[in-house]
Design a protein around this ligand. Sequence first.
Ligand code: 5GP
Length: 203
Amino acid sequence: MKINPNFQHRLVLFCGPSGSGKTTIVHHLMTVFPQMRFSISATTRERRPNEEHGRDYYFLSPDEFRQRLARGEFLEWEEVYKDRFYGTLKSEVERILAGGHIALFDVDVEGGLQIRKHFGRQLLDVFVMPPSVDDLHKRLVARATESEESLFRRLDKAEKEMKYAFRFNHVIVNRVLEDARREAELMVRNFLSEEIPDPEEPA
Ligand code: 5GP
């Protein structure tokens, strides 16, 4: 299966380290743009008490994930550490685009770079940056949904990911959440109002 978006399809990608505030921004965008649909990722991590299968993630066992991987069902995927997988299902993106909606991604940096390769001007890519590594540490500790070991892994990964901001076309530094949300909203509004020429039509 191959994803073949036509020139009218639009996709919006928010990515950045865990703790950068990208998920909060993404939730905000979902309330502002009714034509957007969140691309629900698949993961093998434990479901948190406030999460629902099919709303926040598709929660799969590592074996199920591997089987679907072998069938080529993922647009991008990652094994963050042994048996901890995250990935975007092609079927998810196709479903959203076929319904005439805008796909909204909230993935980590590696996933974001993969997704960028698949789409051209139809994709708005935004990297959300915490103001500093210290700040990122504070946010991740305050969130404390994780065991200490997992927290250290996240901190380590997040620090590395911050170095990839320059690979993205747009960067938002999340100092004050309210401002970051407004900035994201404006970026999306501008992107959606841009005309993308039909490559089939003569200029
Ligand atoms: P969490 O476990 O806190 O929900 O997410 C951990 C990290 O995985 C976050 O940075 C999140 O954005 C990222 N993530 C979520 N879904 C995907 C996905 O489909 N692919 C990739 N590569 N990363 C994802």
